[in-house]
Design a protein around this ligand. Structure first.
Ligand code: ADP
Ligand code: MN
Ligand code: MN
Ligand code: MN
Length: 337
């Protein structure tokens, strides 16, 4: 007998990479071999030397095909087996290893928007729905659009064994969120990319497209973010490290903003529960700050922080690399590890 392996990888599309996948039939009991693809069709190689290599790095049961079939997330390599320049996972690996002793955890809140017929699901043809106010965590056919897709996606993520921790309807009609984590930087990012692939794949069966566009509707409508919750062992056991991490993020604003997703300036305007991208701030319970310290964390004097800046279209390998690099370095320097 044989099984089907869906090889998934991240392409070279600018400015936001996209997911690609193709299927390989493997003999029962056979492991997952490296494979190749045409990099000239994914903005990853010139036509004259088009071969790129797929190296399996994470696999899980395939909840779409069921049975013994699997999803296989891959890193992209050059034919000399070195990481391709678009391989942000390889860049994260070295930083994660450098600070592995601090035991970083991440929980990422992935917001996204369903589109059908060129407009968000729930938007009437040629117009706008009632203003925002009742859609967030809403219930009922006048407030909620696409729940059957969201439920199918949640079931698929659970069946695949991903570290999904919840879902909710968002502030704009057709806008939703799922959360992955808490998990280490590599695991949360691997699971996020597979969860994104499952979202696109399942919505496809409903004739709907899911988008990570950070500002899908201009004007007085919320954008879509990827709030990134972060802690280290020290932050989970004391408050001084929480403050050290917040202060450290304030010293590297430009570098972080540049890695938090394309068109971030259009989303972090200072309106719609955001802080302006150019002005760093942090505060307890403050959803208008760049970084929020949850109220319970201040009460407990330990826990985690929420970086509210990453865009929905961010690359979690880049976001977690930046946060681990900045915060763990500062905690180490402060002797708070
Ligand atoms: P919000 O109130 O901002 O909407 P959510 O409940 O959507 O928050 O998401 C919070 C995320 O933070 C979840 O994915 C959760 O697993 C994660 N989380 C909880 N505790 C920690 C921690 N100590 N370190 C990192 N992430 C955490
Ligand atoms: Mn949330
Ligand atoms: Mn949200
Ligand atoms: Mn949040």
């Amino acid at each position: 007998m044989t099984y089907k392996a869906e090889y998934i990888w991240i392409d070279g599309t600018e400015p936001s990479a996209r997911l690609r996948s193709k299927t390989r039939i493997l003999a029962d009991g056979a492991g997952l071999p490296i494979w190749g693809f045409d990099g000239s069709s994914t903005n990853q190689a010139p036509g004259k030397a088009s071969d790129c290599v797929l190296k399996p790095v994470f696999s899980c049961p395939d909840p779409i095909r069921g049975g013994d079939n699997v999803l296989v997330l891959c890193e992209v390599l050059l034919t000399d087996m070195t990481p391709h320049v678009t391989n942000t996972r390889a860049q994260l690996t070295s930083v994660a290893e450098r600070y592995a002793d601090q035991d970083s955890w991440f929980g990422i809140e992935q917001e996204y928007t369903f589109f059908k017929d060129g407009r968000p699901l729930g938007f009437p043809a040629g117009g706008f729905p009632a203003p925002q106010g009742f859609y967030y965590c809403g219930v009922g056919a006048d407030e909620v659009f696409g729940r059957e897709i969201v439920e199918a996606h949640l079931d698929a993520c659970v069946e695949a064994g991903l570290a999904i921790s919840g879902i909710n309807a968002e502030v704009m009609p057709g806008q939703w969120e799922f959360q992955i984590g808490p998990a280490g930087p590599l695991a949360v990012s691997d699971h996020m990319w597979v969860a994104r692939w499952l979202l696109y794949r399942i919505a496809e069966d409903f004739g709907v497209s899911a988008t990570l566009d950070p500002k899908p509707v201009k004007g007085d409508w919320n954008g879509a973010g990827a709030h990134t919750n972060f802690s280290t062992q020290a932050m989970r056991s004391g408050y001084d490290p929480i403050i050290t991490a917040c202060e450290a993020l304030g010293t590297k604003v430009d570098e972080h903003i540049a890695g938090y997703g394309a068109e971030i300036e259009n989303r972090l305007t200072g309106m719609h529960e955001t802080a302006p991208w150019s002005e760093f701030s942090y505060g307890v319970s403050d959803r208008g700050a760049s970084v929020r310290i949850p109220w319970q964390v201040e009460v407990d004097k330990q826990g985690y922080i929420e970086d509210r800046r990453p865009n929905a279209n961010c690359d979690p390998y880049v976001v977690t690399r930046l946060i681990v690099g900045t915060c763990c370095e500062a905690l180490e320097k402060a002797g708070q590890v």
